[in-house]
Design a binder for this molecule. Structure first.
Ligand SMILES: Nc1ncnc2c1ncn2[C@@H]1O[C@H](COP(=O)(O)OP(=O)(O)OP(=O)(O)O)[C@@H](O)[C@H]1O
Length: 246
């Protein structure tokens, strides 16, 4: 995948990336800044067309943004003039011009699931950063996507909220299985959440290594003390830090 920058130069963002995801697995992408992690998410989402190669989902080539996908970004990107509930249902209103009773009911259910049952009529500014990010996650889950793409969704949160959100996400994923592709800079977060971790090398981004995470599920705070957790964390740390730019 190459970009043409505004100054006319060509940026080779990804090269020879070959990645096959299994249905309902949780995969994290980890690697140095600028190695193309967000680009991979945008390619999967159909927001970006590859300049070489192809992306396919369930055997079908991705040629445009698709409905079965949900996306969560680093910042919650909520509309400040809408209530929390209207933010969650916004994609439906935007797409179909209306929100039906089933979507309203599902939005209520999601609010309950993210622990914000009584906040539906508040404005986003009345919520903490962690609460706002939970609303953004609920919004991405409204149409119960088969694939959830998350681009450093917890990076703006404090460490405690971050751990809490990780467990929240695992619970949601356990209740409604989906394929999750999760970009993070945190080795701990990747280990806690993932079935597999894709370690990428510096630009042009390539898959340097794919690491299986054999830690038992459900994962909990106890997982952090599992000796396998620490062994894997050290192994990945070495891999990430010894990668030299190509
Ligand atoms: N629209 C664009 N036009 C030009 N270059 C781009 C564009 N989007 C991304 N790039 C370049 O592609 C490379 C990969 O960017 P990307 O955002 O995917 O990296 P990343 O691994 O997600 O980085 P970070 O960890 O810092 O968020 C970078 O060098 C970036 O400058």
């Amino acid at each position: 995948m190459a970009f043409h920058s505004s100054d006319g130069s060509r940026v080779q963002a990804l090269q020879g990336v070959n990645l096959a995801l299994r249905r309902h697995e949780f995969v994290s992408l980890i690697g140095p800044s600028g190695c193309g992690k967000s680009t991979i998410l945008r390619l999967i989402s159909g927001l970006l067309r590859p300049t070489e190669g192809r992306v396919s989902i369930f055997g079908l080539e991705v040629t445009e943004p698709r409905d079965e996908l949900g996306m969560v970004f680093q910042k919650p990107t909520l509309l400040p003039w809408l209530s929390v509930l209207d933010n969650i249902t916004f994609p439906m209103r935007h797409k179909y011009g209306r929100v039906d009773a089933r979507d309203q009911a599902r939005a209520q259910e999601l609010l309950q699931m993210i622990g914000l049952k009584d906040f539906g009529h508040k404005r986003p500014t009345e919520l903490s950063g962690g609460m706002q990010q939970r609303v953004a996650i609920a919004r991405s889950l409204l149409h119960d996507p088969d694939i959830l793409l998350m681009d450093e969704p917890f990076s703006a949160l404090d460490a405690l909220t971050r751990d809490e959100m990780s467990f929240e996400l695992l619970r949601i994923w356990g209740e409604r299985p989906k394929t999750v592709v999760f970009v993070t800079h945190s080795i701990q977060e990747a280990l806690l959440l993932s079935d597999r971790i894709v370690v990428m090398s510096a630009r042009p981004g390539r898959v340097a290594e794919i690491i299986d995470v054999p830690l038992p599920r459900p994962r909990s705070l106890a997982t952090l003390n599992d000796p396998v957790f620490n062994e894997l964390a050290n192994e990945i740390r070495l891999k990430v830090f010894t990668r030299k730019p190509a």
